[in-house]
Design a protein around this ligand. Structure first.
Ligand SMILES: Nc1ncnc2c1ncn2[C@@H]1O[C@H](COP(=O)(O)OP(=O)(O)OP(=O)(O)O)[C@@H](O)[C@H]1O
Ligand SMILES: [Mg+2]
Length: 452
């Protein structure tokens, strides 16, 4: 019936133009399979956008074009009025210490702001592994979703892995979620981007792109219109993205760290306030570490908080204690470490000898045995990954990151190299004591129990 009529017209027009099905697919950006199905009168009727691409490729104009398009709109057209997608994973119930960030994200998502800009609101949440980027993005997505009636799209972009997702694959998923039938999925990335932009231009969507590797992975997935809200999480600030808000997440405050432990562990944490406070500190107020330590205590009802504290005080085993199965602080940091340039990895390992004090470029350069300029670039790369913090022109490790860097130093470099690096560092400090570069105590042999 209707589809037969459309199929007949499409085939006739194609032959009239002297096009094969393959050539029509090329020119229109649609798949050969999709065109074959349409010509057989199978499947659903084409979307208006698909019909328009076909009309363009067939060079239809005027009344002929209008007739052709009318076939897809007048009768029997099966629109992509699928239910709005709701792809956000469940939010965690005990999200702690992020009220300020949630309020900021809600205000960026508010429709009042949308009227003032032509494009979507895009926020990049970035920082160290395990700090809670994904948890916050999901929590914020749920909180604002009622303002976005066309649904929520979510994709783990696998940025921290060896095989980050190709944006064309994610586009395919998103287009399906928006109701595009398989047979009408365009085969090329460019055509998918075009269709995605068409479909998102007038929609109001929340789009969460979790764990993005880089800017190139994110750009094709930005909806076209001003009505959507995009949350990107990444371990890097994605400095090349234009017109985005960046939110560098920090570790939890001390009260929030204790509160999270109390909510996971329950009465024992309330009964042992001093030990709980110390435990939060030993976890460096890093949510991932707090979660693992808290879960461990929760699963061992006979343990006191103090017993867990005793375990974590041991610097040599702290990272191992903060591991649960294949989840753990060490594994999370290792992913970022694996992505560093060789110079940044070297500066990372060697600078662990300088901490816990903060340090400047020159001392890091001496310890890494590199000139100042590449050392400064390496330090900035480490800041980008959230592996170092800055205070003015000085750099500092998060304590758990420092322990990880020390482990890498021990495992990735021969002992004599470490001894030589330490000797250069001590020499430099003794020469310059009282001047800029190193604000901490002069380290001597045995300065840290982990490095012999
Ligand atoms: N604010 C928070 N309150 C309670 N738990 C949190 C909070 N933030 C994170 N967590 C917990 O910490 C762990 C790590 O969080 P999450 O996966 O969100 O970190 P991430 O920054 O996305 O890490 P990655 O860089 O590895 O992707 C999770 O178990 C999560 O439940
Ligand atoms: Mg994450």
């Amino acid at each position: 019936m209707f589809m037969d009529e459309f199929a007949g017209r499409l085939g006739a027009l194609r032959r009239l133009r002297g096009l094969t099905q393959e050539r029509l697919a090329d020119v229109s950006g649609l798949s050969v399979r999709g065109i074959r199905e349409l010509e057989r009168g199978r499947g659903r009727a084409p979307r208006p956008r698909t019909a328009a691409l076909l009309a363009d490729a067939l060079l239809l104009a005027g009344a002929e074009r209008a007739d052709f398009l009318a076939l897809t709109t007048a009768r029997g057209r099966c629109d992509i009025d699928a239910a709005p997608p709701g792809e956000l994973p469940p939010a965690i119930n005990d999200l702690t210490g992020r009220d300020g960030e949630l309020a900021r994200l809600a205000s960026l998502a508010s429709p009042g702001i949308a009227f003032r800009r032509p494009g979507p609101a895009v926020v990049v949440l970035h920082s160290l592994a395990g700090i809670g980027k994904t948890s916050l993005a999901i929590g914020a997505g749920h909180r604002v979703r009622s303002g976005f009636p066309d649904g929520q799209l979510f994709a783990d972009m696998l940025g921290g892995t060896l095989k980050p997702l190709d944006p064309a694959v994610v586009l395919g998923r998103f287009l399906r979620s928006l109701g595009v039938p398989d047979e009408q999925l365009p085969p090329t990335r460019a055509a998918r981007v075009a269709l995605y932009r068409t479909l998102t231009h007038d929609r109001r969507l929340v789009v969460v792109l979790d764990n993005a590797a880089d800017e190139r992975q994110v750009r094709p997935l930005l909806p076209a219109g001003a009505g959507s809200f995009v949350l990107v999480t990444s371990r890097r600030p994605l400095a090349g993205m234009e017109a985005v808000e960046r939110l560098a997440l920090g570790i939890l405050t001390h009260p929030a760290g204790r509160a999270l432990l109390r909510s996971i562990v329950g009465p024992r944490a309330i009964a042992e306030p001093a030990a709980t406070a110390e435990l939060a500190g030993l976890c460096g107020h890093l949510p991932l570490a707090l979660r693992i330590a808290g879960n461990r205590l929760a699963s061992r009802p006979s343990w006191s908080v103090a017993r867990m504290v005793g375990q974590l005080r041991d610097l040599g085993t702290r990272l191992s204690t903060l591991t649960a199965g294949d989840q753990g602080v060490r594994a999370a940091f290792a992913v970022s470490y694996g992505q560093l340039t060789p110079a940044a990895a070297l500066v990372f390992r060697r600078s662990s000898l300088l901490a816990p004090a903060d340090f400047g470029v020159s001392l890091a350069a001496v310890t890494a045995d590199l000139p100042d300029a590449p050392t400064a670039a390496a330090l900035e790369e480490l800041v980008d990954f959230g592996l170092l913090c800055t205070a003015g022109e000085r750099y500092q490790f998060h304590e758990l990151v420092r322990l990880f860097a020390l482990e890498r130093l021990q495992q990735d470099e021969p002992g004599r190299t470490v001894v030589a690096a330490r000797a250069r560092m001590v020499g430099w400090v003794l020469q310059r004591t009282g001047r800029s570069g190193y604000a901490g105590p002069v380290p001597g042999p045995g300065h840290d129990p982990m490095v012999s």
